[in-house]
Design a protein around this ligand. Structure first.
Ligand code: ADP
Length: 293
């Protein structure tokens, strides 16, 4: 099964053109959708999750027409939204059982088995009798994944899942997602490049409502390898370098500014450096919205 998005466009009533002819083919496994805030990621995710309408274009999940056969799609979809609210005074077990019955799992015994299995899978079984309000950010996210997994979905969408998680929680969450990605389409929408580097076999970069790059992360990095140069400069010189070079990113290193530059030609006084996915990302984004400083 694959998800095929063709020429999807959306303009909100306030005139914001959030999606401009987005086309993507997404196969089984972990797919990373990377883009800065405001790029259109959530608009795309909500449209695929049948929660909002597009103006034109099509989305097919296997044979299902996602924009029209919404009820059918919802049966095979798991969605973890950006803001996942929980009822603070309900236990994890009770809440999951309730969502399971809403998803149509009628038989109480079967439901109990499924709920317990999922709580084990996301490593919350020990705390199943605790109120959701006592959970850490990471625990809430894992609970969110458990509810998204109810009903064995074929497509799972997670929107900005690691914002606010500490490194250990993030790691645990990553492992859980990779496990799920083995036999499902998982779309991970994020502005954190590292999440995609670590997890995804396929990805797209979206900016200002358009897909600006797509493919295997390693292949995308190969395209710019041998062309990324770095140099330490004084902050005051940045404007000069921006005027004369294709500066893709800046970072502060021990009080000095390091710039990374793309160039096909060797640059004297610069050091050639190993390209990574951040370079791919920043070169695409900087081209379109300018340098983030
Ligand atoms: P991302 O998830 O990449 O941050 P969004 O899809 O949330 O991007 O937003 C894309 C653009 O659409 C932004 O300019 C945002 O302000 C705008 N936008 C998002 N949702 C709405 C809405 N419901 N009404 C009007 N504008 C919106």
């Amino acid at each position: 099964m694959k998800l095929t998005i063709q020429d999807l466009s959306k303009t909100y009533s306030n005139g914001v053109h959030a999606l401009k002819g987005v086309s993507l083919t997404i196969n089984q496994g972990m797919f990373g959708l990377l883009g800065p805030n405001g790029a259109g990621k959530s608009s795309l995710m909500r449209t695929i999750a049948t929660l909002q309408e597009a103006d034109s274009g099509s989305v097919m999940l296997g044979d299902l027409d996602v924009l029209r056969q919404k009820e059918e799609v919802r049966k095979v979809l798991g969605y973890l939204p950006q803001e996942f609210g929980v009822y603070p005074r309900v236990t994890a077990e009770t809440m999951l059982d309730h969502i399971a019955s809403l998803k149509g799992i009628q038989n109480a015994k079967q439901r109990k088995e499924i709920v317990e299995g999922l709580l084990q899978k996301v490593n919350l079984f020990q705390v199943r009798k605790k109120n959701l309000g006592t959970f850490s950010g990471g625990m809430k996210q894992r609970f969110g994944i458990a509810q998204a997994l109810l009903g064995n979905p074929k497509l799972i969408i997670v929107d900005e899942p690691t914002a606010g998680l500490d490194p250990a929680e993030r790691n645990r969450f990553h492992n859980l997602l990779s496990e799920i990605g083995e036999n499902t389409i998982v779309i991970l929408s994020t502005h954190i490049v590292e999440d995609v580097t670590n997890l995804c076999s396929d990805m797209a970069i979206i900016c200002l409502g358009e897909v600006v790059a797509q493919g295997n992360p390693n292949d995308l990095v190969k395209e710019i390898s041998g062309k990324v140069w770095k140099k330490m400069i004084d902050k005051a010189e940045l404007e000069h370098y921006q005027a004369n070079y294709e500066v893709i990113s800046t970072s502060l290193k021990m009080g000095k500014t390091q710039i990374r530059v793309i160039s096909e030609e060797p640059l004297s006084n610069f050091e050639l450096t190993t390209a990574d996915l951040e370079d791919v990302y920043f070169s695409e984004i900087t081209k379109r919205v300018g340098l983030a400083v």
